[in-house]
Design a protein around this ligand. Sequence first.
Ligand code: ZN
Ligand code: ZN
Length: 191
Amino acid sequence: MKLKILGIAQDGGVPQINCQCKNCKTSRTEGVPLFATSLLVERAKGKSTLIDVSPDIKNQLTPTEFNGIDSIVLTHAHVGHIGGLLQFGFEIANKKGVNLFASPEMHSFLQDNEPWKQLFENGNIVPCKFRFEETFALEELRVTPLKVPHRDEIADTSGFILEGDFKKVLFIPDIKNWLVWEKDLKEEVSK
Ligand SMILES: [Zn+2]
Ligand SMILES: [Zn+2]
């Protein structure tokens, strides 16, 4: 199994479209962009799981990597984490039957609202709901969703513990504040 970090930046990436700060200017002139946070787990050759789908997906994945995606796992509904989903749709890749793992609240939001709704109707995305603290498996990859406090105005927010034949990974791209999390960060990281 192979885990690839596709991006580490906030939703807008670096450079951010409206920003003229030093970091964004350097990134523009030196051509070193930072993409929005996302992970790719290649579970076996040509079989991958994408964790969060950033608006930068087009520049984060090779065609072979994209074609190998059979499942998606989402943390929450902010644009940096779902913005790239439309690349799977009719107007672009029109990829079929990708299993989308998300919380029930996230599924309600995506299935009730365009433009996300059409991805389900068109069979690009197949809904798979998870529950917090209940581990689910994608073959050898085990995913445990954790509830995380964040700005939850659209739907709730998850973080994940990922287990495979790599070191255990704690993936929490967005949180309101580590101190208000019901778990202890030090303890969770030490695991
Ligand atoms: Zn900037
Ligand atoms: Zn967010």
